[in-house]
Design a binder for this molecule. Structure first.
Ligand code: FES
Length: 138
């Protein structure tokens, strides 16, 4: 099955949030869980920008909640999100499985592709925000 054209960088996606956008506080995220976040970045509630925040203790990883197989969120609701904390997160549509550590698809329809990482800044008080994009030099 062909996969969607996966943009390489989160900031290339439509309605991508700006660097510096505050997302949450580490302590507001359940530990050992992947949390879905829908940000209104100009598309209103009908077209939010979807993120996944994966917390393990003080460490949080962020990925765009967009399966590279069909370009849709991994789940429609938080309660439908399938994850094995610290190990993997699985798309609820066709069950592609992504590594927790780096979002790379290790089984399913999009092996070799991956979730798009979003760089974070964690402030001393635990506030999470999007870091400035590192634009690669060609
Ligand atoms: S949409 Fe097919 S595995 Fe995610």
């Amino acid at each position: 099955m062909p996969t969607s054209n996966t943009p390489i960088h989160w900031f290339e996606l439509p309605r991508a949030p700006a660097a510096g956008t505050v997302l949450s506080s580490v302590n507001d995220l359940p530990d050992q869980q992947a949390t879905m976040l829908a940000l209104d970045t100009g598309g209103g509630v009908a077209q939010p920008f979807h993120l996944l925040l994966l917390r393990e203790g003080a460490q949080v990883r962020a990925f765009v909640n967009r399966c590279p197989h069909f370009g849709v969120p991994l789940a429609a609701k938080q309660t439908q999100l399938i994850s094995k904390p610290g190990t993997s997160i699985t798309c609820n549509v066709h069950y592609a499985r992504f590594r927790w550590s780096d979002g790379v698809c290790e089984s399913g329809e999009c092996v070799g592709e991956g979730l798009i990482p979003v760089p974070l800044v964690i402030a001393a008080d635990g506030q999470l925000s999007i870091a400035a994009a590192e634009i690669p030099h060609e």
